[in-house]
Design a protein around this ligand. Structure first.
Ligand code: PAF
Length: 440
């Protein structure tokens, strides 16, 4: 028998009865035994259409069902309690049962991800889980539920954001901001949001009066059409994350609205856009510059937020805003890392545990160079050698580039430096990972 932690929720009356019935039905055939159930607590809905508040809880069960078989049982139980398979996602529901942890298994299959991908970011899941199974270990992060709860950042939450689907909707929203003399923060994203994006949103929330996040998978920055097709699209979850992190409006336009028939403008930032990622992905940065400038033109933000993880992108946007005199401050926020050190990225969800292990060579290599810098090393060649030495010990990580560069121009540095950035990228399995460390 394996210990399994389940998340429970309901926001259609009778809520408690729906949850209790689901637990009874789960045990009906003896394949699942409920060991402990947490207290049920009231929580506000996150994202989705307007709806009543939730009762949330957690249950610790024992089962010999595999995650896939348990999921099938859960789906049938949810159906019997009343939740229709075609219901609106993130909409009201009689009962919602999620597999949070299944022993020490890690599963990444279509429709089934264990540990649950949003377990670590949600107080309403972690609190009841900690009440009944604080010692349960997250097998990827190697931290207990109690520890994950302790590390959970305070969430902000101002209610559901306004959904703006067209540039005209955004214009209207901007006009009211201007009329009210509100300052605006823009967080441009391509969705599949994670803690890195959340940190940008929280910074925008702290520093401006109103925050708009854009969610647009920009076709013009993909050089490989299969990469564009594969890019995760998770709009409803994304809106929920925006809601939890102080976003007032989500701008999620279609490609036709962003690039209507006849659109023929391209923004090119010379130099910066041709090296490193630009050399590997021709046209990528011209696509980024074009869409970011368009977003700035539409949202008229006082401040626009980017993550340091995509250092080259941030550098390019800063240069473009400066060169073209766009009246907005570019804010670059530090890279957010998972607890094992890997920089968070939308692509990490595609890493198998083994590939993730290989990919960890990347932050380890940068950390080695950072330590050398902290110990006084200033020679670009020797800093490079520190990082390369660590990467060289992990043949499973295929390095695309590793450079010590000037943080503004991205030109490769020789000799001693008083500021530098080390940029590195490569592949763990089929997943591309980028990372960098700024040495100042
Ligand atoms: O970093 C990203 O997600 C994208 O490149 C951006 C800045 C949203 C432009 O599409």
């Amino acid at each position: 028998m394996t210990r399994v932690l389940l998340g429970l929720g309901s926001n259609l009356e009778p809520r408690e009865e729906h949850i209790r019935t689901a637990l009874d039905l789960l045990q009906e055939r003896g394949a699942v035994r409920v060991e402990r159930v947490s207290r049920l607590r009231e929580t506000e809905p996150v994202g989705g259409p307007p709806q009543g508040s939730y009762l949330n809880g957690a249950a610790l069960v024992e089962t010999d069902l595999s995650p896939r078989d348990l999921l099938a049982l859960i789906k049938s139980v949810e159906g019997r309690v009343g939740r229709s398979a075609t219901g609106v996602r993130w909409g009201p529901r009689e009962v919602d049962v999620d597999i949070l942890l299944h022993g020490d298994l890690v599963v990444q299959e279509p429709g089934l991800i264990v540990p649950h991908p949003r377990l670590t970011g949600r107080r309403f899941v972690l609190e009841p889980a900690a009440e009944i199974a604080g010692d349960f270990l997250h097998p990827v992060l190697a931290l207990s539920i109690a520890e994950l709860l302790r590390r959970l950042p305070e969430r902000l939450g101002r209610g559901a954001p306004r959904l703006l689907s067209t540039p005209e909707d955004l214009r209207g929203w901007v006009k009211t901001s201007l009329r009210n003399r509100f300052t605006t923060g823009l967080v441009p994203t391509m969705g599949a949001l994670h803690e890195g994006h959340a940190s940008l949103m929280r910074a925008a929330y702290r520093e401006t009066d109103r925050v708009v996040a854009s969610i647009f998978v920009n076709p013009r920055q993909f050089d490989d059409p299969s990469d564009l097709d594969r890019y995760p699209r998770t709009l409803e979850e994304d809106i929920a994350l925006c809601a939890e992190n102080g976003v007032d409006a989500v701008f999620a336009p279609s490609a036709e609205d962003m690039y209507p028939k006849g659109f023929c403008t391209r923004v090119e930032v010379e130099g910066i856009s041709r090296v490193l990622e630009g050399a590997i992905r021709p046209g990528h940065f011209s696509g980024v510059a074009t869409v970011v400038l368009k977003l700035i033109a539409l949202a008229l933000p006082d401040r626009a937020y980017f993550g340091q993880k995509d250092f080259q992108q941030a550098c390019l946007v800063r240069r473009m805003v400066k060169d073209l005199g766009a009246p907005c401050t570019v804010v670059v926020m530090p890279t957010v890392r998972d607890l094992d050190g890997l920089a968070v990225s939308s692509r990490n969800r595609f890493l198998s545990p083994e590939d993730r292990r290989k990919g960890l060579a990347l932050p380890r290599a940068l950390e080695a160079a950072r330590r050398a810098w902290a110990d006084g090393e200033r020679n670009a060649g020797r800093l490079h050698a520190e990082a390369a030495g660590v990467l060289g010990k992990e043949p499973g990580f295929a390095v695309d580039y590793l450079v010590v560069a000037d943080p503004e121009t991205l030109e490769t540095l020789q000799g001693d430096a008083d500021r530098a950035v080390i940029l590195a990228a490569g592949r763990a399995g089929s997943v591309r990972l980028l990372d960098n460390v700024l040495l100042e």
